[in-house]
Design a protein. Structure first.
Length: 230
């Protein structure tokens, strides 16, 4: 596959993005004024301590929560202006999620967990190919309870990429794993980023993840800033 340096187009642009949670009298300004541009095919890490606003930002990018103020563009479309159907289509076709605790369905085996996701889109990758790609070619019939944490996370990655999403959003994907297994999962995400040329965004509080990133954005108290990597 071509790994040459080509000019990349912006895939996500945030302008003056704000998110305030209101609960009775209490207002929590989770995102204060967030601006960024993320380009097609980048591997971006968003790093920040607990409570800094990482999951809030991921939920907005993933179309899972509403924006309080500002703009968030996917290509030339303002996610903020999507109606319910457009949001569903965006979540289904554009975004693939990987969560800290895998979120696999325990009553389905590996193949079935991935197949269920494949059925959401018109042109998925073959399930067998994807399980092979994440190193689980031999484990199709195993259930989540028969797999280690790292293997379950591989299934979760397969479930996300089988849809061929433009954006792979990973929320603390190594948070429940030991150091060696974390490294393997991050190497897998890096390989997927390069081979499928999809944009990968990983949020974490662990800066050892930086070695895998093209770029790092840091977030603190709902304010985002940019730090170069490498
Ligand atoms: N649904 C909600 N209602 C009210 N406040 C919320 C809600 N979700 C998050 N918050 C608050 O918004 C702020 C940012 O939270 P967020 O979960 O985005 O941080 P985080 O960086 O992902 O933290 P962690 O690493 O601990 O998961 C925190 O002060 C949190 O308490």
């Amino acid at each position: 596959m071509d790994s040459g340096q080509t000019k990349r187009d912006p895939v996500l642009v945030a302008r003056n993005l704000k998110k305030t949670y209101v609960s009775g009298e209490v207002r929590t300004r989770a995102l204060r004024d967030v601006n960024f541009t993320i380009y097609e095919g980048e591997f971006v890490v968003i790093l920040g301590p607990s409570g800094s606003g990482k999951s809030t930002l991921m939920n907005l990018i993933g179309g899972m929560d509403s924006i309080t103020e500002g703009e968030l563009f996917y290509k030339d479309q303002d996610i903020h202006k999507f109606n319910r159907r457009e949001l569903t289509r965006y979540r289904r076709n554009v975004v693939g999620f990987v969560f800290q605790f895998y979120n696999l369905l325990p009553s389905l085996n590996c193949y079935e967990n991935v197949k269920l996701s494949a059925e959401l889109v018109r042109k998925p990758l073959p399930v067998e190919e994807v399980l092979e790609k994440v190193g689980l070619g031999e484990r199709h019939r195993h259930f989540p309870s028969q797999l280690s944490g790292g293997e379950q996370q591989r299934v979760a990655v397969a479930r996300a990429i089988v849809k061929v999403p433009e954006l792979l959003l990973c929320d603390e994907p190594t948070g429940a794993l030991d150091t060696d297994t974390s490294q393997q999962i991050l190497e897998l995400l890096q390989r997927i980023n390069k081979e499928y040329r999809k944009t990968v965004i990983v949020i974490s509080h662990d800066d050892t993840i930086l070695q895998y990133a093209d770029r790092c954005l840091t977030i603190r108290d709902g304010v985002l800033s940019e730090e170069g990597v490498g």
